[in-house]
Design a protein around this ligand. Structure first.
Ligand code: SF4
Ligand code: SF4
Length: 316
């Protein structure tokens, strides 16, 4: 795979400064039951990097002492494949913290009690659904991915997710198949709701995300000679107002070994959070991150292009 950071580091992206931390996004490992083309963490069934129980306990200790954190956002790989996943969810919920599970949907077919567990714990589910057309989903996420996603969504609906009266939130995330900007969120959400009705599927909101020119997707662009053109497209679509809402202002991302970053994308690029060297979460107890400069590069335009990124970034 081709490295993209050397092509992104020389940047004119505006300076960003941290505000109060309210979300901890934790990558529980790169192990996944899928291997999608656009995956920015290169997750796959062959990956062996999985967060240990000790590191999970350090995460929970950090949550305990950092009262400003209201949301724990769990991502991967498939976060549910980490054997500590359910213990982490329960412990965070016991602390009154809102938990988001970035679920790839197909994992629900492999763990038959998962939907029930998520509902019992009132976990918000954020699920990738790159299209409502079978052919496009299978192209991006692998053979039978569409049918598995539909079955996963039906399982979630069956335990109460996505219904207006249950408060069990099921949001979908759309990303384009190639090097283009996503269409307007509201119009696309209407189309999704209408098309998914034929499968009797209900969901709360659809978020749209730009593909980041990093990792598997960035490497593919480089090998096709489309990298510079795509970064230029993101730059031309930059909107100043989106700088106010980029997630890194109030979120911290933690990798499977416990090291911290400004966001999931920086984690994948190996750009550490506001310190000269990689910093472990166990060294940050009671540290005040507010006012620290955020580590930026040209990929940041992926967060401010068009409508901006509104769902905490990480795809699954
Ligand atoms: S890529 Fe990360 S650091 Fe850059 S703007 Fe987006 S969230 Fe912030
Ligand atoms: S995009 Fe999500 S489901 Fe696909 S390989 Fe990556 S982590 Fe797994």
């Amino acid at each position: 795979m081709l490295a993209t950071l050397p092509f992104l580091e020389d940047t004119d992206f505006p300076v960003l400064i941290r505000q109060q931390l309210n979300t901890l996004q934790v990558n529980l490992g790169y192990l996944c039951n899928q291997q999608c083309l656009h995956c920015h963490v290169n997750a796959s069934p062959q990956r062996t990097e999985v967060m240990s129980q000790t590191t999970c306990e350090q995460i929970l200790a950090y949550l305990k002492v950092t009262s400003s954190i209201k949301t724990l956002d769990l991502t991967g790989g498939a976060p549910e494949m980490n054997p500590n996943f359910r213990d982490v969810v329960k412990a965070a919920r016991d602390m009154g913290i809102h938990v988001i599970d970035r679920c790839n949907l197909s994992i629900l077919l492999e763990q038959h009690d998962l939907a029930q567990f998520l509902a019992q714990q009132k976990v918000e589910v954020m699920a990738s659904m790159p299209c409502y057309l079978e052919e496009n989903v299978n192209k991006q996420r692998g053979t039978n991915a569409f049918q598995k996603s539909i079955t996963g969504l039906q399982q979630l609906n069956n335990v109460g997710y996505g219904h207006p009266d249950t408060k069990l939130i099921l949001n979908l995330v759309y990303n384009p198949a190639g090097p283009s900007l996503p269409p307007a969120q509201i119009g696309l959400e209407k189309d999704y709701k209408q098309k998914l009705k034929q499968y009797k599927i209900e969901f709360n909101q659809l978020y749209t995300l730009c593909n980041m020119p990093i990792q598997r997707f960035g490497s593919m662009l480089l090998s096709k000679g489309e990298f510079d053109g795509y970064v230029q497209l993101l730059k031309e679509a930059h909107q100043e107002k989106n700088l106010e809402t980029v997630m890194c202002r109030s979120l911290m991302s933690v990798d499977w070994q416990g090291y911290v970053y400004d966001c999931d994308f920086n984690q994948m690029l190996g750009l550490p959070l506001g310190y000269n060297q990689p910093t472990h979460i166990s060294k940050l107890m009671l540290a005040d991150l507010q006012g620290k400069a955020i580590n930026i590069a040209d990929h940041c335009y992926g967060c401010t292009a068009g409508q901006g990124s509104s769902c905490g970034g990480a795809l699954c």
